[in-house]
Design a protein around this ligand. Structure first.
Ligand code: NAI
Ligand code: A1CAB
Length: 347
C-alpha cells in the first residue's frame, strides 16, 4: 500500500542569497528532493495549515510523495563519478565517508585517505578506503579533497598538496574558523576552494551544513559540493561572514542536543524510568519534535502551545525551564561558539 509522505523543506536563508531565491530555489530543491525523496516528486498544493505557515516562512517548499518514509532512510542518491580524498581521517571524515557510502554516492574504493594515526587509517581501510603515505598522494588519487584536520594543521596539509593540485581538483575545507583567504594563501591562487561547515549527523544522512566559495571555485564546484552534501542532509550557500554563526549553531549544535537528550533521560531516570527506556523516549521525542517543525512548517512556539494544557503537566515543566533561563542558555551557547569560531579565524 502506498503511504503518503509529506515532506517540507524550510529554506532558512535571507533574500541576499540569490542561489536560493525562487525560482532558483526550485532548482536547489530538485537536487534536495533527489537525495531525500527519491525518485524526485513534484511540489503540491499547500494545506491550509501550511499556507498559514508559508506567510511566516516565505522560503518554505512543500512536497508530497508516495515514497515510504521508512525506506527513505536507506534510499540511495545517484552515484558520484568522482574520487574522494580525506586529508585527516578523524571523526568528521569518518562521519562523512560512512554517510556518503551509506547513501550510495561513493563506495570505499573511491575513497583515498591519509592520517598519521594508524588506528584511523586502519579504520578507513576496514570499509574499503585506500590509505596513502602522504597527503600529496591522496590529492593525486582524488578529485574532491576534504581538508579534515584540526584548524591548526590546515596550512601545513594544504602546503603539502599544493604542488600537485590541478584545475580538476575541488578542495573542500571543513575546518572551523579557517577563512577562504587563508585557504587560498595555503593552497595557491588557482585552487578551487570551497569552505563548508557540516555537522556529524551526516553519518545518518541528516547533516545541516553551509558553504561559501573561494579562489577559482566556480558554479561546477558549488554544484559538486551541493550534490555531495545533499546526499547526506541539507546544505545552504551563505556569505563567508555568516560561517562563524553556522559553526556556533549547527556545527557545534549536535553537542547541545546530545547533552539535552542525556539530561532528559536523566530526568526520566530520576522520575523512575529504566535508563534504556528513558534514553529511547528522550531521543525519539527530540527526533519527532524536529520532524514536526520540518514537516508542518509551523512555528515551534505554536507547536509548543499545542502540547501545553492549562494548568497541565507541560506548563509546569516549561515553567521550570524558563526559571532556569533555558532560552538564554541556548542563545548564549550559540553566541559563545560563534565568538570562538571568529577567534579561530584571527589566529
Ligand atoms: N567534529 C565535528 O563535529 C566537526 C568538526 N569540524 C572540523 O573538522 C575538522 C576535523 O575535526 P574532527 O574530525 O573532529 O577532528 P579529529 O581530531 O577527529 O580528526 C583530525 C584528524 O587529523 C589527523 N591529522 C593530524 N595531522 C595530520 C596531517 N598532517 N595529515 C593528515 N592527517 C592529520 C589526526 O590524526 C586526526 O585523526 C576540524 O577542523 C573541525 O573544526 C567541522 C564540523 C563539525
Ligand atoms: O568543536 C569544534 O571546534 C568543531 C567545529 C564544529 C564542531 N566541532
Amino acid at each position: 500500500m502506498l503511504q503518503i509522505f509529506r515532506g517540507v523543506f524550510a529554506r532558512s536563508v535571507g533574500p541576499a542569497r540569490q542561489n536560493l531565491a525562487l525560482p532558483a530555489a526550485n532548482k536547489a530543491f530538485s537536487a534536495a528532493s533527489a537525495a531525500i525523496c527519491w525518485p524526485p516528486v513534484p511540489a503540491v498544493k499547500l494545506t491550509e495549515q501550511q499556507a498559514k505557515s508559508r506567510a511566516h516562512f516565505p522560503n518554505l517548499i512543500v512536497v508530497e510523495s508516495a515514497a515510504n518514509p521508512d525506506t527513505m532512510a536507506t534510499a540511495t542518491a545517484p552515484a558520484l563519478n568522482k574520487r574522494i580524498g580525506f586529508l585527516g581521517s578523524g571523526q568528521m571524515a569518518e562521519a562523512l565517508a560512512r554517510g556518503l557510502m551509506k547513501r550510495g554516492l561513493v563506495s570505499g574504493e573511491h575513497i583515498a585517505c591519509n592520517d598519521p594515526n594508524p588506528a584511523r587509517t586502519n579504520l578507513f581501510k576496514s570499509f574499503g578506503a585506500t590509505p596513502y603515505e602522504s597527503n600529496a598522494d591522496v590529492a593525486r588519487n582524488a578529485d574532491v579533497i576534504f581538508v579534515a584536520v584540526k584548524p591548526q594543521h590546515v596550512a601545513q596539509v594544504l602546503s603539502e598538496v599544493r604542488p600537485v593540485l590541478t584545475e580538476g581538483h575541488t578542495v573542500v575545507s571543513i575546518a572551523a574558523g579557517i577563512t577562504i583567504d587563508k585557504l587560498v594563501e595555503a593552497a595557491g591562487p588557482d585552487a578551487h576552494v570551497v569552505r563548508v561547515m557540516p555537522n556529524t549527523p551526516c553519518l545518518v544522512g541528516e547533516t545541516a551544513a553551509a558553504m561559501c566559495l573561494g579562489g577559482k571555485a566556480n558554479a561546477d564546484d558549488e554544484t559538486l559540493v551541493r550534490t555531495i552534501f545533499e546526499a547526506v542532509g541539507k546544505i545552504y550557500t551563505v556569505d563567508e561572514k555568516l560561517l562563524a554563526a553556522v559553526t556556533g549553531l549547527s556545527g557545534s549544535g549536535p553537542a547541545y542536543v546530545f547533552l539535552m537528550i542525556e539530561a532528559l533521560a536523566d530526568g526520566g531516570v530520576r522520575a523512575g524510568l529504566p535508563r534504556d527506556i528513558a534514553q529511547a523516549l528522550a531521543a525519539q521525542t527530540v527526533l519527532g519534535s524536529a520532524k514536526m517543525v520540518m514537516e508542518t512548517g509551523t512555528h515551534p512556539g505554536a507547536l509548543k502551545d499545542m502540547v501545553t494544557s492549562p494548568a497541565g503537566t507541560t506548563i509546569a515543566g516549561v515553567h521550570e525551564l524558563e526559571r532556569a533561563g533555558i532560552r538564554a542558555a541556548f542563545m548564549n551557547a550559540v553566541v559563545a561558539a560563534t565568538d570562538r569560531a571568529n577567534q579561530l579565524s584571527k589566529m
